[in-house]
Write a protein that binds this ligand. Sequence first.
Ligand code: HSE
Length: 317
Amino acid sequence: MYKAYAPASAANLSVGFDLLGAALKPIDGSLLGDEIVISANDTKGCDVSVTGRFAHKLPTDPKQNIVYQAYLMYKDALEKEGKTALDVHMELSKNLPVCSGLGSSAASVVAAVVALDAIHDNALGEKKIVELMGALEGRISGSIHYDNVAPCYYGGLQLIVEEKGIISTTLPDFDNWYWVSCFPGIKVSTSAARQILPTSYDRKNTITFGRHLATFVHACHTGDDKLAASVLTDVIAEPYRASLIPGFSEAREYGSSIGALATGISGSGSSVFSIFEDLEKANLMKDYLEKNFIANEDGFCHVCKVDRRGAYAQVID
Ligand code: HSE
């Protein structure tokens, strides 16, 4: 029997639409990710049960659960290699809210595939499981993009490459950055948030996007946190998506007034992230967001660091 963990992640990070993402872990040690316990089973195929704070937000038919879809695709991939899949039970602890901008579906997919490969003695291996995770995530959001799956699986700050067989590469992140991550409790579907974006961009914005992303990557490699922070401005998605998130503009203004290095939309929203060098200010931002940005009892806020470990599976009794 194995338990797999897959952390929350923030995609885009303002400068890297579909191309950047960071795995996050709360500094107070609380859990911000999905877990799967997998065991061999007598029933044929795969049965799925769901627990956790956000279990009630998932489809009631277990066969509609992405974890079940993960089993079918994993089994298919194994069979293509002439191997046979075990019959399994998977218990998903759904701790991340769906449609939240925290990489919730990626976390379920990554935890499921990591758990499946663990119980099959890593029969598929890293490259194939990451491709499988991307394909599963693509089924949910309508197109394959690795900006949640890659940080969730590998941990750290990931730049999506998708060239020469490399899916993503780890960028050095900044030790002194605290990431305040807040989910207001409002659902924003990724496919809906993609539909409102323009289908093409003008030359000015295209050049600004390229300049910001290139400068950010350069600053990560040279350890220049001030330069990295200075380009965390979104010209691709935020101008069109901000209106989907009540209180976002005010939150960014407040962040800026207390010295946030940047505040932006986490993935396609509705969560926001805000970066600080100073823990006291990060906590002030957390207080502000809890009082003014969270709209209902589903919302929450954490002060986080980058989770450099990513997803893992361990044997349990
Ligand atoms: N990058 C995606 C988007 C979300 O902003 O639409 C996360 O995969």
